[in-house]
Design a protein around this ligand. Sequence first.
Ligand SMILES: Nc1ncnc2c1ncn2[C@@H]1O[C@H](COP(=O)(O)OP(=O)(O)OP(=O)(O)O)[C@@H](O)[C@H]1O
Ligand SMILES: [Mg+2]
Length: 351
Amino acid sequence: MYISKIALHNYRNHKTRKYEFSPSINLITGENASGKTNIVEAIHYLSLARSFRGVDDEELVLTKEDYAEIDSEVFEGKIRRDIHILITKKGRSIIVNNKKVSKLSDLSKVVNVLLFEPKDVMLFRGSPKERRNFLDINLSKKYPSYLEYISHYNKALANRNEILKAGKVDENLLKSSTELLVKYSAPIVEYRMRYVKDITDILIKITRALTGEDNKIEINYKPYISPSSDFKAAALEAFNRSLESDLRQKVTTIGIHREDFSIRLNDREIDIYGSQGENRLVALALKISPYFLIEDKDKRPIIVLDDVMSELDKNHQDQLIKFLKKLGQVFITATELNIDGATQIKLTKNM
Ligand SMILES: Nc1ncnc2c1ncn2[C@@H]1O[C@H](COP(=O)(O)OP(=O)(O)OP(=O)(O)O)[C@@H](O)[C@H]1O
Ligand SMILES: [Mg+2]
């Protein structure tokens, strides 16, 4: 899929701007604070209806204005779709081909964006939440049932934590809420472990393309209970064992919301032994890997690399660009960069 046009109105520092894009590489350049990340943030907003910078919608509206708009034309092969997003202080509305979209999972089918931002270099060294987010976002896009399990699980988890926080814990309520957690977590663990297995080979191939070298890469997923025929019994037993600490801490201390994975690059843990550059390249490869899990070329996601190039040496920059040229639509932001054949959008401050 690709975005052919975007029009921004009152979106962050973009008062009224229109941009046309190519279905291959688009290079957005300009000095610091010229609005490069704001453009790719708007592109990403089309897929998840939220900012990747983790801010409230209100912050996206140009200071002193009441609303912001993103209008866009998107292609899936020859199928054209028009998207209109209106962001106000009271909420937002999303319209695709004149029809209101209320289910967000429908939106990522229209626009699917894989984004790499500078903080992703910390993906393996930072908190497990970031790594779970990577899995949850990509699994939810691929399998609507996964999204359902996760939302059921999160509701059950919030409920169990409420029960634990009460002055006197109701044992029956706690028991049934624990059973719900176990029920919803069984498929989630399976989905996650299968996904990690599926992307390992892809990760090795992308890393080879990016470094020009063969690397041994293993992803080690750490489920709270390994999938097996008696998952339920094993999980209930684990919850039983942690009951005391749950009651003491007044929070659910085990479960899929505490799971994590780690990566070994050439037999060493990348978060502990890997160089900054290795962390960056493998994190980048991981973030791009879902692209290759989608067989229908027309449905393959749009790739956004915000501010990645300047941190790489010339050789790695060249290898990355060579690799990206073989993919579909790509957006790259940089203060200064030249890429042969790319469509370049030059921003200046105070446009
Ligand atoms: N709601 C808003 N209203 C007005 N201006 C905003 C709003 N939100 C952000 N800005 C401004 O937008 C400007 C551009 O930000 P952006 O992050 O897109 O820059 P950039 O080109 O990516 O810069 P860098 O090269 O430093 O990453 C900043 O000066 C910021 O203060
Ligand atoms: Mg930026």
